[in-house]
Design a binder for this molecule. Structure first.
Ligand code: ATP
Ligand code: MG
Ligand code: ZN
Length: 462
């Protein structure tokens, strides 16, 4: 059994860790200007290791021991350090990859060639170079997840392994019904800790990294479906980010049925004029038919509250990669408005109300009709016209009209408006986004920008 990453081999899951396999390991710490970067990385590793030594909760310790015990040979391959994430579908641990040197980590060989020793400090001149530990993230997928769903996540990750800014899958193991995915560990900060301090150029760099990932994911005709800050691991210091968590991802069209939004305008108009709604809408009382004989609509609405695109809320049966662009837009709206979470609805109806409050009932109605849905409301706070995004940002950051948006902020807002188009067919694509003035690489980027971009390419494109 093997999970060797190549174009021909089908994706397979290991039975246990003893099986011979080629691990594909990526080092997230090496950079091209090796001198300073290596030094910084070593310092950060030390910092990180000392923070890793914090006491691990007894419950977590028990879980880690169980995981180690379940997989024969696990202890020889990985040293579990701590729990780093507990999501809806998995628990993620940080671990040291003990056998890193035994494998052909082809992601890394170029980097090794570029490596030069860091400048020596006087008191360090005698020091032997220390072997840097290589970290991995071990994603223990809950056994309650369906096998089809687990396989889907692993297969998509395998397909996307060469995509820049997408966290690659090193390998995966299975023991009875327990599957673990091994990913390169990516150092990142908590979004809530840095998003309020981001400057507009910082935001552009952050988004360029996110849209770079989306561009390649979408080129593979894959919808991520759960774009949100916790699934985009970003390190503000190195200004590098990777997209993780393909647990809800799907291939475009895999679960689709034709929806009105993909028909011509004329065909749509015709269908609307002959609909049940058109025939009953002459009655003054808004509402819905008491005995509706139509079968109920079923559409994939998986995702995270507050980040769902309007077409997801309207149960569009033919969703596209445009849903991810909306969610990326919500991240940008969060950053610019300095409010997290920006949307805070308890359910999909409330989510529609939130969106309608901003965009107005007129545009929301048109957005619903695209998918054959009628949006009616008598909520007084939802106006016909809604508000401009610029106004929303000024209000939420408590800025008065005397302190209008700067030209660079205005450019960011123009970009945001393209991401938050209610009509998915009009929404900017990831590829177009990369060419938008807001994200376009400036002619003379700052050295930090240069470094950040090249690192992305280096590590995740290699
Ligand atoms: N490669 C990685 N490097 C570092 N940390 C990671 C990595 N992968 C995941 N994590 C951490 O674990 C968390 C959960 O991972 P992931 O999103 O893949 O799991 P999930 O169970 O689907 O989560 P959720 O339901 O919260 O979206 C991430 O938000 C992140 O903090
Ligand atoms: Mg997640
Ligand atoms: Zn639709």
């Amino acid at each position: 059994m093997t999970a060797v990453v190549s174009n021909i081999d089908p994706f397979e899951i290991h039975e246990d860790v003893r099986t011979e396999d080629t691990e594909v390991m990526v080092d997230d710490d090496q950079t091209e200007d090796a001198d300073r970067a290596t030094e910084v990385a070593a310092e950060e590793d030390e910092e990180e290791e000392s923070s890793d030594e914090e006491l691990v909760d007894t419950g977590v310790q028990v879980d880690m021991e169980k995981l180690q015990g379940d997989f024969p040979g696990f202890k020889d391959n990985y040293r579990l350090i701590k729990r780093i994430g507990e999501g809806t579908f998995s628990t993620v641990y940080k671990a040291e990859d003990l056998q890193y040197d035994r494998y052909d980590n082809f992601w890394d060989h170029e980097i090794d060639a570029k490596w030069t020793p860091p400048p020596l400090r006087s008191n360090e001149a005698e020091r032997q170079p220390r072997r840097r530990p290589r970290f991995v993230a071990i994603k223990k997928i809950y056994v309650t997840s369906s096998p089809a769903r687990i396989l889907n996540e692993l297969e998509l990750l395998h397909d996307l392994r060469m995509c820049p800014s997408v966290c690659p899958l090193i390998t995966a193991f299975r023991h009875t019904d327990q599957v673990v995915a091994i990913l390169p560990y990516f150092r990142h900060a908590d979004f809530r800790a840095y998003f309020r301090d981001m400057t507009i150029p910082d935001v552009a760099i952050y988004l360029r990294s996110l849209f770079l990932a989306l561009m390649s994911v979408h080129a593979h005709r894959i919808l991520h479906r759960d774009i949100k800050p916790t699934n985009f691991l970003y390190d503000p210091t190195t200004q590098r980010g990777v997209l993780v968590d393909f647990g809800l991802a799907e291939r475009e069209g895999s679960d689709s049925k034709p929806c009105l939004c993909h028909e011509t305008r004329e065909a749509r108009k015709h269908r609307q004029s002959t609909s049940v709604w058109a025939q009953t809408s002459t009655t003054p009382q808004p509402g819905y038919p008491k005995s509706d004989t139509r079968s109920s609509r079923r559409a994939n609405r998986a995702g995270t509250r507050g980040f769902r695109a309007p077409e997801v809320l309207f149960k569009c049966t033919e969703q596209t990669t445009a849903i991810d662009i909306w969610s990326a837009g919500v991240i940008l709206l969060t950053i610019l408005s300095k409010r997290f979470p920006f949307f805070n609805s308890a359910d999909d109806v409330e989510a529609m109300i939130e969106i309608a409050t901003i965009f107005g009932s007129k545009r929301m109605k048109a957005a619903g009709l695209l998918h054959g849905c009628v949006f009616e409301t008598s909520i007084p706070t939802i106006g016909q016209q809604g508000f401009s995004i610029e106004k929303i940002i000024l209000w939420s950051t408590c800025r008065s009209d005397e302190k209008p948006l700067t030209p660079e902020e205005r450019l960011a807002v123009q970009f945001l408006e393209r991401c938050l188009e209610l009509d998915p067919s009009k929404r900017i694509t990831a590829e177009e986004a990369m060419n938008h003035e807001f994200l376009r690489v400036k002619d003379e980027p700052s050295s930090q920008e240069m470094g950040a971009d090249e690192d992305d390419m280096d590590i995740l494109h290699a």
